[in-house]
Design a protein around this ligand. Structure first.
Ligand code: URP
Ligand code: ZN
Length: 469
């Protein structure tokens, strides 16, 4: 089957031109101006007046987010249709250890059971430590044959199985380096957070607002500083997940100045939303925004955009985490420390960053493609199969209508959760058509593919953070 996309404005991370793309089977076969006659295509898509971009790569998602803390498997891969409707064709999802299982078993289970017949996007996986059983350190040796090029650890969440102590982190850094894996870190000083949270509870400060009060920027900055220092000692590339504030950026900059190989990302919500949403008097409205690290101030938002433009940060992710308000977030109604952390956003990353970033005059269209697609693909060892409009790349393509004006509504792109944190926001531009490996998955902004069309994408070792992105 040959598909020809004609007359669009093709946008890559380096370029922009009027042209056509010819797809043969699952791959891009040709790209350029008037590359072939219309008759070449079994199917012709007219992209006149539209923008044609590589499908988004969201390198930080938590589908089936709560699978490691009980029998609830919320917002699993069956809800990835929201991601592809929103312009993301590949996710790099976290694979927390299932109860009693190691890293690789949990990865196999995710590929063969959780995602099977459900995924609507292609997916790679990060190993994620959520149980420091002795065997996990040696499992890292087997990453190359499994196609896993990253391992994520949490410095925060002390007292829960997610927390990784510094000694274990150091061991993980050493083993990751041996096989060319990158270490992703959730950098916050868990011990100080623990103290500050307990202090709030002692004083009766129990509403969601105290989530941000008890997670000040310095606790994130200290986590980044320590994580980078130790990574530098071992010589393992470090990727800091969800950077939120100026103080943390300063630490990345200082570490880089000392020659430490540290990169980082931020997320849609940290670029678009300030912490005041947590002051809302209605618990449900505030609890939607409880995520970690906490939301910050406008001056941090400005610093993050600057860092994206100057290369200090190299990706924008959703940190998608589907936890509904009506049930799960209620656990913290009387005590903010019990509110499960995380918010959905995989379906909104592309359009919100276009609206606030490109339309907001903060980033160029090329920078948009770089941050939404190309660099995340490089960092995760799946470029140029993903994240590129190049001959031989997977035909993962978004056709985008930049003239669309409207409002975000959960009903227009249900995400398997009972809210959308961008509900009611103005949106400029809309994903109209999406192809996943040459197959039309979204048409007229609606999912027309099938659950199970998404495949596991094995990653290459020594990915972007090793070679320079
Ligand atoms: O609050 C968040 N971000 N929840 C998801 C887990 C994590 O910390 O990334
Ligand atoms: Zn996360």
């Amino acid at each position: 089957m040959k598909t020809l996309i004609k007359n669009g404005t093709i946008i890559t991370d380096r370029n922009e031109f009027q042209g056509d793309i010819l797809i043969e089977g699952e791959k891009i076969a040709a790209i350029g101006r008037s590359i072939c006659d219309e008759k070449e295509g079994d199917r012709v898509i007219d992209a006149g007046g539209k923008l044609v971009m590589p499908g988004g790569v969201d390198q930080h998602t938590h589908f089936s987010a709560l699978c490691n803390v009980g029998d609830k498997d919320t917002a699993g891969y069956e809800t990835t249709d929201s991601a592809i409707v929103g312009g993301t064709t590949t996710i790099v999802d976290f694979a927390p250890q299932d109860p009693g299982r190691g890293l690789l078993d949990s990865i196999d289970y995710r590929i063969n059971v959780r995602a099977k017949d459900k995924a609507c996007v292609d997916f790679s996986l990060h190993a994620m430590v959520t149980d420091l059983m002795d065997s996990i350190f040696d499992e890292i040796d087997l990453f190359p044959e499994k196609g896993i090029s990253n391992i994520k650890i949490f410095m925060a969440y002390n007292g829960s199985p997610l927390h990784v102590d510094d000694g274990s982190y150091y061991r993980i850094l050493e083993n990751a380096k041996k096989v060319g894996a990158t270490v992703f870190v959730h950098a916050e000083n868990g011990e100080i957070l623990d103290f500050l949270r307990r202090e709030c509870v002692k004083k009766g400060q129990l509403t969601p607002k105290y989530h941000y009060v008890s997670r000040p920027p310095f606790t994130e900055a200290e986590g980044v500083r320590r994580a980078a220092y130790l990574a530098g000692k071992v010589g393992t590339p470090l990727y800091v997940a969800h950077v939120t504030c100026r103080e943390a950026l300063d630490e990345i900059k200082e570490a880089r100045g000392k020659g430490i190989n540290v990169n980082g990302e931020t997320c849609t919500h940290y670029l678009t939303t300030t912490k005041e949403v947590l002051d809302h008097p209605d618990f449900n409205e505030a609890a939607k925004f409880v995520c970690s690290p906490a939301l910050r101030d406008q001056e941090d938002i400005e610093a993050l955009w600057e860092a994206l433009n100057n290369g200090l940060l190299t990706g924008i992710s959703s940190d998608h985490c589907g936890i509904d308000v009506a049930e799960l977030k209620q656990a913290g109604r009387d005590d903010f420390t019990q509110i499960p952390n995380g918010a959905p956003g995989a379906g909104d990353r592309f359009s919100m960053i276009w609206t606030y970033g490109v339309e907001g005059g903060r980033i160029s269209r090329q920078k948009f493609v770089e941050l939404i697609s190309t660099k995340p693909a490089k960092i995760n060892g799946i470029f140029p199969q993903k994240g590129a409009l190049e001959v031989g790349s997977d035909a993962d393509i978004v056709i985008f209508d930049p003239s669309w004006e409207g409002t975000v509504r959960l009903a227009d792109n249900p995400n398997g959760v009972d809210y959308n944190i961008y509900e009611g926001r103005k949106q400029t531009g809309k994903v109209e058509t999406v192809l996943l490996r040459g197959n039309v998955a979204v048409e007229g902004g609606k999912f027309v593919g099938n659950h199970g069309m998404g495949r596991f994408v094995p990653a290459k070792m020594y990915a972007g953070c090793y070679s320079g992105i």
